[in-house]
Write a protein that binds this ligand. Sequence first.
Ligand SMILES: [Fe+2]
Length: 207
Amino acid sequence: MALNEQKETLTLHTYFPTVVGVGINPDHKAVEEKLTNKCLEIRKKVKKGGKDWLAEDTYTTLNTYDLCKDPDFSTVNDFVVSQVIEYCKANSIDLNCLNTNPVGAWLNIYKKNNFQEWHTHGNAMISVSYYLKCNDSSAKIYFKHPVLDTMAPKILSYNHLNCEQVWVQPKPGTALIFRSYLYHCVAHQKNDDTRICLSYNFRRKYD
Ligand SMILES: [Fe+2]
């Protein structure tokens, strides 16, 4: 609709929404236990990555163990790729510009009091968080509004039009797909259970 066709005194148009895809793996139950045990085994053997993280106690294999090279993770990896393709289709992103091979995939294990600070995924186009193991009280992931507001108005009641950040309660077998520039963080893990998340980065393919 063109702006000059407007009849009401004021209507609200949302032009630049932040799009997070949510994909649910129907086959998750079949792999959860095996891959959870595999992740815990990796933790015992593989040096921790994320050397610049403020969350230095959170175990991650960022740059130390690539899940794409481990055939045990292939079914989840394939599911994640399929969801990234669907995300691209839903956003009219040209699939010819997507490198469907993740450029990195790593695991993150959150024990009690572990967290991760606000961050983006540099040098990537699309990122995914896949929840391998968690429960209803596991630490939430937060996403931040991509615009840095230098004089934020006082908001009387938050809704989808004016929120500055949103949280998602992770569910096992769920993949969150988002553009890599989007700031996100993980709250402190408060319970004694282990929260395991698999992370993926996808890059653009140039002509
Ligand atoms: Fe991240």
